[in-house]
Design a protein around this ligand. Sequence first.
Ligand SMILES: N[C@@H](CCC(=O)N[C@@H](CS)C(=O)NCC(=O)O)C(=O)O
Length: 248
Amino acid sequence: MNGACLVTISVSHYCEKARWALERAGVPFEEVRHPPVLHIAHAWRAGGRRTVPVLVDEAGRFNDSSAILAHLDESLPEERRLYPSDPELRAEVERWEDRCDEVLGPHVRRFAYGHLLDHPTTPGILSEGVRSRSERVLYRLAKPLVHAMMRKAMRINPPGVARSEAKIQEVFAEVAERIAGRRYLVGERFSAADLSFAALAAPLVVPERYGTRLPELSELPAELLQRVEAFRAHPAGVFALRLYEEER
Ligand SMILES: N[C@@H](CCC(=O)N[C@@H](CS)C(=O)NCC(=O)O)C(=O)O
């Protein structure tokens, strides 16, 4: 194998988490992007389950963003690692990472797609950087079906989107409380907790350095723009934007 391969849906914030960690670790890799739904066969083939990101490298196959971060950390010198060597601090980092992966991530995704799935910028963003011409064509032709499948799988409907917004507010409040008077979520330096929070919150605050194209603020529908502006002004949103400025 020549180097590492990251299988993604390019705009996915879990894929952004893995991409950020790979770039930060200085590991050369090739990103192979697929449109949603059409990604499933590739995710199964590469990682044995339907979700992306999947990293395939000489050491094996890693089919979860946290497993990818932990794997990359093993080959980094102590001072560049995302997980502290102190077991208690590490457990704390992993608790924040799990909270972001299991609660923030799915709710941000449903909230964002709830507002944007029918938006004119979405087809371009979901096929951004997809190399396979046949996949691009297939996505374009099957778009109504693909989007209907996404709606069903993520239960994207108005009450669901409202519940997701409330859950996001809950996690943002926890993060704001935690970072009051501190620079990072855990300990004195940037960790997997911070990276996970920033990457998984990114679609809400639209950082300039997101690793692939997000809609411009000026393109957002008014109702969503109003919420994005509020998230960007929230202490947890300010924290995510600072992490992107300083660490991405
Ligand atoms: N816990 C997983 C979650 C990954 C995940 O949910 N990926 C989404 C992309 S945002 C996905 O592949 N969804 C497509 C599907 O479930 O078919 C991780 O951290 O990697």
